[in-house]
Design a protein around this ligand. Structure first.
Ligand code: GDP
Length: 449
């Protein structure tokens, strides 16, 4: 990938397909000139940052209304002069608008080129650039939240701070090396040891923070769903092996949702006990909120366990669930099978019969869950892709700092190890970057971002 910043680039920045409004984005030195042309203004005039106008589209598509936004200085996303044409969001209009912009002197942007420029201008670090991609690509609430946290600084900020501290330390050591024949001590041995230990500890704690965050993001999510009092919390406790959720005789005790990390067979999973779904329309607003939260959990689940109480007749809502839940993402569970069964027991199709009280059926349930989770692709998504890369660099940085501590007697060796650690940290925050990393990150973007 060539890092050419002198061209003016343009692309349709909104998602493909129709919409109320579509955006053609322009960035680069000629943006102001192109925008002035569309505004019908002279370059020497002081241009407004927003103007409504009409645009003559090529290919005889005629006149369309447009709003033109202009960032003439460095306040834009790319820190270059930039402009946006907001047009009616029909694909042929947007394509013609882009064509007009290219006729006026821009070239088509490559995938991720706007974000690449933003990165090269120092507005984003590499973890944030990948987070932009994470936000674009997020297809679950959880992925979006983790991408947004990364975008807001995430591990970037503490790492940058640590990098500054190590650079100071290195400067002190190198000053000492320059004056090695004179009797000047720039940093006392004990102080050096203490600073190296603190830095190594900070890196290790960031690495383990990332480790658990990355793993939690990738664990399969299993949601227990069903009406209040069917025995979901008891089942969660029985599977988890300890009392985590509230179990009560009063219907609807589990108001919020309880998430537990549980090992099912060889597999770590997140088990989520949602608020009991009520078929009753007179429930209060808190219950409604908790239920909608439960609904969202079920939507993002890899597997939904639909719990039905075998000791009482099903109601209409449950019969409907039984009818609907016939895909590979749901598993029907009969609970309380230690109690005398009602007619329902014979009604159902494939299901697992369990009793949290006696433990009956739990092993069979675990095996069924394992089978259903098998086809899950362990692919982790983009933000987790950053996590892998960061983890490896943090591991190497921590290793270099431990090596520095072991070699504390030789300031030269310590300085070399600190430089190695700084290189690794730099790779994460993008202070040092190699073309192949940039290629890997930015080539996954879509055009216009
Ligand atoms: P949830 O509202 O769906 O989470 O239901 P709970 O787990 O709180 O259980 C509701 C009631 O059913 C409690 O009184 C439990 O003791 C009882 N219960 C749950 N599982 C079983 C079971 O397997 N057998 C029997 N006999 N009772 C159960």
């Amino acid at each position: 990938m060539a890092f050419d910043l002198d061209d003016t680039i343009a692309a349709i920045a909104t998602a493909s397909g129709g919409g109320l409004r579509g955006i053609v984005r322009i960035s680069g030195p000629k943006s102001v000139e192109i925008a002035a042309g569309f505004m019908g203004a002279e370059l020497s005039e002081s241009l407004p940052t927003c103007r409504r106008a009409t645009m003559h589209l090529p290919r005889e598509l005629g006149l369309v209304p447009m709003t033109l936004y202009l960032w003439p200085t460095t306040s834009s996303y790319t820190r270059q002069p930039s402009a946006e044409l907001h047009l009616p969001g029909s694909p042929p209009i947007l394509e013609a608008g882009l064509e007009a912009v290219c006729q006026a002197g821009a070239r088509l942007a490559r995938p991720g080129e706007f974000t690449l420029r933003s990165f090269l201008a120092g507005r984003l670090d590499l973890t944030q650039a990948e987070a932009v991609l994470g936000v674009i690509d997020a297809d679950s609430r959880q992925e979006l939240e983790s991408a947004l946290a990364q975008l807001a600084g995430g591990i970037g900020r503490p790492l940058r701070l640590l990098r500054e501290q190590l650079l100071d330390l290195l400067a002190q050591l190198e000053a000492g090396l320059d004056f090695v024949d004179e009797d000047i001590e720039f940093i006392a041995a004990a102080d050096l040891q203490q600073q190296l230990a603190a830095a190594a500890q900070a890196i290790e704690s960031l690495a383990s923070q990332m480790q658990s965050r990355g793993e939690a993001g990738q664990l399969p999510r299993i949601v227990l769903s069903g009406l209040p009092n069917v025995g979901k919390s008891s089942l969660l406790n029985a599977l988890a092996g300890e009392s985590a959720a509230i179990v009560s005789e009063i219907a609807g005790t589990t108001r919020d949702f309880v998430t537990r990390r549980v090992k099912i067979g060889q597999r770590e999973c997140l088990l989520i006990d949602t608020a009991g779904r009520s078929a009753d329309s007179t429930i209060n607003p808190i219950e409604t909120a908790a239920q909608s939260l439960g609904g969202q959990q079920a939507e993002n689940a890899d597997l939904v366990l639909v719990c039905l109480d075998a000791s009482r007749p099903l109601n209409h809502w449950e019969e409907e669930q039984l009818r609907l839940s016939r895909d590979s993402r749901t598993l029907t569970i009969w609970t309380k099978c230690d109690l005398p069964a009602t007619e329902n027991g014979q009604l159902c199709g494939p299901a697992v019969r369990t009793s949290s009280r006696t433990g009956a059926g739990l092993d069979e349930l675990r095996r069924a869950i394992e089978r259903l989770l098998e086809p899950l692709d362990p692919d982790c998504g983009v933000v987790a892709g950053t996590a892998d890369r960061c983890r490896e660099s943090l591991r190497l940085a921590a290793q270099a700092l431990q090596q520095a501590r072991a070699n504390a007697a030789s300031e030269e060796l310590v300085a070399a190890e600190i430089r190695a650690a700084l290189d690794e940290i730099g790779l994460v925050v993008g202070a040092v970057y190699t073309e192949d990393i940039l290629d890997r990150v930015f080539s996954r973007f879509c055009i216009g971002k």
